[in-house]
Ligand binder design. Structure first.
Ligand SMILES: *Cc1c(COP(=O)(O)O)cnc(C)c1O
Length: 499
């Protein structure tokens, strides 16, 4: 960042107290906004994956903390010089690893206001607007997704926190065990708890099982069919067998848009089973659930009206900066029963009524950022139609790429493409040794990542190294997808030549 003043401002002079001066804030504020605008315009020109090696940043920074005030100019220069090379550009149109995200213009502006207000929405009275906007915005999103009311929504930092809260609530529904009061350790009368998810589920389910004292053995992973969807017959068999063996089943986690392949578990069938065996049904639709903002895609959430809890992540495919993960539940009272704990200093008159929730009652965190502000701005700025148009385009681009892969003799699709994630690998004619194919595909992916125009990640499908191309950034166009496809083909040709 270019800046003519290198001097300290008045608030930084010896023995000064108080915050940065208004005029200094305005000056650097404009400078930073200009920087952000340029960055967003030029983000596609940076190497997507940071070229740094481990320790580069740490070595470039002083070991000792700053003793005296430093000029903003110097701080911003170091941001550019030292930190920027260590940034992997998630906002780049070439970012196609994991799942695509976008910190969109309206989302960034909302985040700026959020940090300026700096409210903590733990209680309604600690900022009524933060609590009530969250309720209104999440009800708008519920309607956009085509989900029936009543549905209580709350924003968490991540889906990983959300699944933990969902399963803690599920545990709270188990009659007569009083785990909230008595815990689980050292109780010989307590049956071992078990929950179910598919082998394709996200690792946050495993982590929740670990944290809740259910343990990894308490998480029963169910196999999947040839399209990577949970095998419901196996689920039902597992529940029966576990019950016969003395386990106490209490919850099932289904996924809409699994991490490896974006497959969709058969939620209506899973809901049947959960109702029959009285198990809590949590649906993890973190990435793909957002696609239902397009009315033509409402079907992907079928059965979710029967789920006890559901997560979608606006910080994934809804153009909202991290962090913003939406947790919906049909049983807010149960979630509250699992988590509500009001120390004397937080008691107040409004808390006693039912008119407004206190957001601190629905999870582990007391403090809460005003996250709904950025989501509200994103929803209003794009509107349902604008969001749906962009999601449809991402899906179209993925379908195009999938078609090119299918038609190419030396590449193959590794999984269906229900959304905007394409799973593929190179499979040149004449090379059928799986170890050789794994090495080849890893090499192709690494070459592309080093070249810097794109960043791709991988998964293993049936032990076969699979390249994932995840399309989901607002700046990604057909041109980018064509260039990636060309680059993949060139990498394969070069690879074969060099061997
Ligand atoms: C991304 C993702 C998660 C984890 O989301 P966080 O908000 O980063 O915790 C969980 N499940 C699925 C299916 C995901 O795609």
């Amino acid at each position: 960042m270019k800046e003519e003043h290198t001097a300290l401002d008045a608030a930084q002079q010896l023995a000064a107290t108080g915050d940065m001066e208004t005029e200094a804030f305005r000056h650097y504020g404009y400078q930073i906004v200009d920087w952000i605008a340029e960055y967003l315009r030029e983000v596609g020109t940076y190497p997507v994956l940071s070229p740094n090696t481990p320790g580069d940043i740490r070595r470039a920074l002083p070991e000792q903390p700053p003793k005296h005030p430093e000029a903003m100019e110097a701080i911003l220069t170091d941001f550019d010089r030292i930190l920027m090379p260590g940034i992997t550009h998630w906002n780049s149109p070439g970012f196609m690893a994991y799942f695509g995200i976008t910190g969109s213009g309206p989302g960034i502006l909302g985040e700026m206001l959020c940090s300026a207000l700096n409210v903590n929405a733990m209680l309604w009275r600690t900022s009524p607007a933060a609590t009530e906007l969250e309720q209104v915005t999440l009800d708008w999103l519920r309607q956009m997704l085509g989900l029936p009311r009543p549905l209580f929504g709350i924003i968490n930092d991540t889906a990983s926190s959300g699944v933990l809260y969902a399963l803690a609530a599920a545990r709270e529904t188990i009659a007569d065990l009083h785990i909230r009061q008595q815990g689980m350790a050292g109780r010989s009368e307590l049956p071992r708890l078990r929950l179910y998810t598919s082998q394709e589920a996200h690792s946050s389910v495993d982590k929740a099982a670990i944290v809740l004292g259910v343990g990894q053995q308490g998480l029963h992973k169910i196999g999947t069919d040839n399209q990577f969807r949970m095998d419901v017959a196996e689920l039902e068999r597992a529940i029966e067998e576990d019950r016969a063996a003395g386990w106490l089943p209490f919850a099932v986690v289904g996924t809409i848009g699994t991490t490896s392949t974006s497959s969709i578990d058969p939620i209506p069938h899973i809901a049947d089973i959960c109702e029959h065996y009285k198990l809590w049904l949590h649906v993890d639709a973190s990435y793909a659930g957002i696609a239902a903002v397009d009315p033509d895609m409402h079907w992907i959430l079928s059965g979710c009206d029967r789920a006890d809890s559901l997560i979608v992540n606006p910080h994934k495919w809804l153009f909202t900066p991290v962090d913003c993960s939406v947790f919906y539940t049909r049983k807010p009272d149960v979630v509250k029963a699992a988590f509500s704990l009001t120390p004397e200093f937080l008691r107040n008159a409004e808390s006693s009524g039912d008119e407004v929730p206190n957001l601190m009652d629905y999870g582990n965190a007391l403090g809460r950022r005003f996250r709904s502000l950025k989501l509200w701005m994103v929803l209003r700025y794009f509107g349902q139609e604008g969001i749906a148009a962009r999601i449809r385009e991402h899906i179209r681009l993925a379908q195009e790429l999938a078609k090119w892969v299918k038609e190419a003799p030396d590449f193959e699709l590794m999984a269906p493409t229900p959304f905007s994630l394409v799973c593929l690998r190179a499979h040149p004619r004449g090379i059928d040794d799986e170890t050789q194919l794994n090495i080849l595909n890893e090499r192709i992916m690494n070459r592309i990542n080093v070249a810097g125009h794109f960043f791709l990640s991988h998964t293993k499908i049936h032990n076969q190294f699979t390249i994932r191309v995840a399309i989901g950034n607002l700046r990604t166009t057909e041109q980018h997808v064509r260039e990636l496809w060309k680059e993949m083909q060139t990498c394969l040709t070069d690879d074969i030549k060099s061997c």
